[in-house]
Design a protein around this ligand. Structure first.
Ligand code: FES
Length: 150
């Protein structure tokens, strides 16, 4: 039994002193690094080319004025258009009875009544609450008589 490979399976010897036109691993890595550096530098430079007005406009979020009744009290406030009803109640009005659980509409910890219908306050934009009546857990009490949910 012979362990010799057939003549056709053995690659022909190459002359290592002869320059090759095919890219080597080393030239590929060097080229990739150079191109990536140029792209990254372009992005950083491009980011700093914004003028102060443009940067300020990007930072200032649009806001709206909304007027609603919360637990029987009429309130008017200017809020960022992205503010949820839950954040409006908790952060602007200090009504922390509605909880932020999942903040994705799955748990119901933020449930409030809007015009008598239950809604997930975390999924409701505050700016869409113009003129509505909101009742939170704090608003369920009848004077000194607590509601069974409280
Ligand atoms: S916080 Fe879970 S449903 Fe709103």
């Amino acid at each position: 039994m012979s362990t010799d490979l057939p003549e056709s399976a053995v690659p022909p010897p190459t002359d290592s002193s002869e320059p090759s036109s095919a890219p080597t691993r080393r030239t590929f890595i060097a080229t990739s690094t150079a191109v990536g550096g140029v792209v990254l530098a372009g992005g950083v430079i491009g980011g700093t080319l914004l003028g102060p007005e443009e940067a300020g406009a990007a930072a200032a979020a649009p806001s709206s004025r909304v007027s609603l009744t919360v637990n029987g009290t009429r309130r008017t406030v200017t809020v960022d258009n992205r503010t949820s009803l839950l954040d409006l109640l908790r952060e602007y009005f200090g009504l922390t009875g509605s909880k932020k659980g999942c903040n994705a509409g799955a748990c119901g910890a933020c449930t409030v009544l809007v015009d008598g219908h239950r809604v997930n306050a975390c999924l409701t934009l505050a700016v869409r609450m113009e003129g509505v009546e909101v009742t939170t857990i704090e608003g369920l009490a009848d004077g000194d008589q607590l509601h069974p949910l409280q």
